[in-house]
Design a protein around this ligand. Structure first.
Ligand SMILES: *[C@@H]1O[C@H](CO)[C@@H](O)[C@H](O)[C@H]1NC(C)=O
Ligand SMILES: *[C@@H]1O[C@H](CO)[C@@H](O)[C@H](O)[C@H]1NC(C)=O
Ligand SMILES: *[C@@H]1O[C@H](CO)[C@@H](O)[C@H](O)[C@H]1NC(C)=O
Ligand SMILES: *[C@@H]1O[C@H](CO)[C@@H](O)[C@H](O)[C@H]1NC(C)=O
Length: 431
């Protein structure tokens, strides 16, 4: 009997997807949010050079991903390969890939599981093996973002979408080159239920739009239960509501819910909204993929995306944050999230999506819901945007600005929250 059980376990392990990648949410940069189709080798390479110069690689931003619009509109008539646009890449894509690798980054590209890409270039549907070979061997990529445009009706059930995305998954595995596989299937056909069996991450919504909470007819659905299209031009609050219930689907053993590339630095939100955006994406264990023009990045935006403690929380292999409560307030909600990190420390995030400053009390019985022992202890709270610290038991009171977050690491490790003389003096709570 034991032998049979082990055999069954073994079969199960053998069939699980494992390309050795995706133990942590991926970090990097993607060209789409800022540049759309206006890309060429100068744009991609100057981004990589600037990211190196700014030290972003050391913060973990390792993948440089070139999105749509790098190809000619026709495949090569003889080999049927995708052909790079020689005007945009006078030295060729392999040369670009080599230069990015020489800088120490990994190189990513894009295609669609459809007849065409979203911008109308050749898609990889029914060309999976040829294209995987081009990506792996001609261009030596390390990452593929795989879109959903022009899928020729091969969607609408989990099975058909699964097959379509699995065909590229198998083709990539067959190349023998480790390639991070990032599904961009817009959260259709319950991709979070099967994405982990063939990929490292999967988009759970339509495309992000650089806006805090704008309602948009093109992105009407506020939860993943919305039937049909998940839309596009989705505000960060719209995507948040889709992501929150899906936390249980993501882990270091399965892969990650992708809330789409970041908009920090693109100008559509205030600094406090961008801090909220970055924090929420990080605690929900979304990939942290910059989507701005890093060559012209402000110091303020740089400081947001290089918050070491918040990056460390994102890169801890533990599961996404749980939302412990959500309470209606003027023009929005107050939300309380908690993360349990793998080493047993706890992170508490308070998020105010409403239009007015709020005072609130946070009860330890909510932070440690169902765990009376932990709720009974005293903790030092370190706020990761201001470095304010305080010690509390049972509950604490705080205020929280409109459209903003506060995120505290409880008993924060010294490397992230060393108590300088400066911040130990600043208490921001009444008890
Ligand atoms: C790439 O585009 C930029 C901005 O449009 C332009 O300045 C540059 O010359 C272009 N480079 C190539 C190789 O086409
Ligand atoms: C996947 O590949 C198989 C084998 O080549 C093919 O028969 C099938 O049509 C493909 N499925 C989709 C949805 O593209
Ligand atoms: C806890 O986990 C974080 C993130 O993975 C790590 O950086 C830190 O050193 C760990 N140790 C303690 C004591 O918190
Ligand atoms: C907070 O402390 C960290 C770690 O010591 C430091 O890197 C960061 O600059 C500080 N932030 C502020 C706003 O003081």
């Amino acid at each position: 009997m034991l032998w049979l059980a082990l055999l069954a376990l073994n079969v199960c392990l053998c069939s699980a997807f494992d390309n050795g990648l995706g133990k942590k949410p991926q970090m990097g940069w993607n060209s789409w949010n800022k540049f759309g189709c206006d890309i060429n080798e100068t744009v991609i390479l100057s981004t990589a050079q600037k990211m190196k110069e700014l030290g972003l690689l050391e913060y973990g931003y390792e993948y440089i991903v070139m999105d749509d619009c790098y190809a000619l509109k026709q495949r090569d008539p003889v080999t049927h390969k995708i052909v790079e646009d020689p005007d945009k890449f006078p030295n060729g894509i392999l040369d670009l890939s080599n230069k990015i690798h020489d800088l120490g980054f990994k190189f990513g590209m894009y295609s669609s599981a459809g007849k065409y890409t979203c911008a109308g270039y050749p898609g990889s549907l029914h060309y999976e093996e040829i294209d995987a070979d081009t990506f792996a061997n001609d261009w030596e990529i390390d990452y593929l973002k795989y879109d959903n445009c022009f899928n020729e009706g091969n969607s609408g059930t989990a099975k058909i979408s699964y097959e379509r995305y699995n065909n590229m998954s198998q083709a990539l595995l067959n190349t023998g080159r480790p390639i991070f596989y990032s599904l961009c299937q817009w959260g259709e056909d319950h991709v979070w239920d099967w994405g982990s069996t063939l990929a490292n991450s999967w988009r759970i919504s339509g495309d992000i739009y650089d806006n805090f909470d704008r309602y948009d007819d093109r992105c009407p659905c506020e939860t993943y239960e919305c039937p049909g299209l998940q839309g596009y031009s989705c505000s960060i609050n719209n995507i948040l509501e889709k992501a929150v219930p899906l936390g249980q689907k993501a882990s270091e053993f399965s892969g990650w819910n992708d809330l789409d590339s970041l908009e920090v630095g693109n100008g559509g939100m205030t600094t406090s909204e961008y801090k909220a955006h970055f924090t929420l994406w990080a605690i929900l264990k979304s990939p942290l993929v910059l989507g701005n023009d890093v060559t012209g990045m402000s110091d303020e935006d740089f400081a947001i995306v290089t918050n070491k403690a918040i990056i460390a929380i994102n890169q801890d292999g533990s599961r996404p944050a749980n939302r412990m409560w959500k309470r209606k307030t003027e023009g929005g909600y107050l939300h309380l999230f908690t993360n349990s990190l793998n080493n047993g420390t706890t992170v508490v995030t308070l998020y105010n999506s409403g239009d007015a400053v709020k005072d609130t009390t946070v009860e330890f019985s909510d932070i440690f819901f169902g765990d009376k022992k932990s709720a009974a202890k005293s903790y030092t709270f370190s706020e990761l945007w201001t470095n304010d610290t305080f010690t509390a038991e049972k509950k604490f009171k705080t205020d929280i600005g409109e459209h903003s977050v506060k995120i505290w690491w409880l008993d924060c490790p010294e490397e992230y929250c060393g108590t300088s003389e400066d911040n130990s003096k600043r208490f921001d709570f009444e008890y």
